[in-house]
Design a protein around this ligand. Structure first.
Ligand SMILES: [Zn+2]
Length: 121
């Protein structure tokens, strides 16, 4: 499942200037990417700030026998995750099991939703 999701994300077509993104549904139209909103915060941001501070501090004050390896790894993972989330938050699309985790615009999504409902009846 994670692989499918990853594939859908990787196959997203974004215009060169990053302002338009292509629907992976039937219509295949280009939609404007949602402008970055500072109002959206994530619990990761707090953790990232805390880890960065911790690592920065550790570089100033050498803690004997402790390299902060785990913290560095955790920070790298969080940053990667946050970057991905940032892109996904800005997509004007929906993605779920119905669309095989592909990113559909609202009209393609409701069509897929409808046909999946018909199948399950
Ligand atoms: Zn569409």
């Amino acid at each position: 499942m994670e692989k499918q999701r990853q594939d859908a994300i990787n196959s997203l077509e974004i215009s060169a200037d990053g302002s338009l993104v292509k629907c992976q549904g039937k219509c295949g139209s280009l939609f404007p990417v949602i402008k970055k909103s500072t109002a959206m915060t994530s619990s990761n941001l707090y953790k990232i700030a805390r880890l960065e501070a911790m690592i920065r501090q550790s570089e100033k004050v050498k803690t004997r026998g402790y390299s902060y390896k785990n913290e560095r790894q955790e920070l790298a993972d969080l940053l990667k995750e946050e970057e991905k989330l940032n892109v996904l938050r800005r997509l004007p699309f929906c993605s779920s099991k119905i669309t095989n985790y592909k990113w559909y615009c609202s009209s393609c999504y409701s069509e897929a939703d409808l046909s999946s409902r018909k199948k399950s009846i």
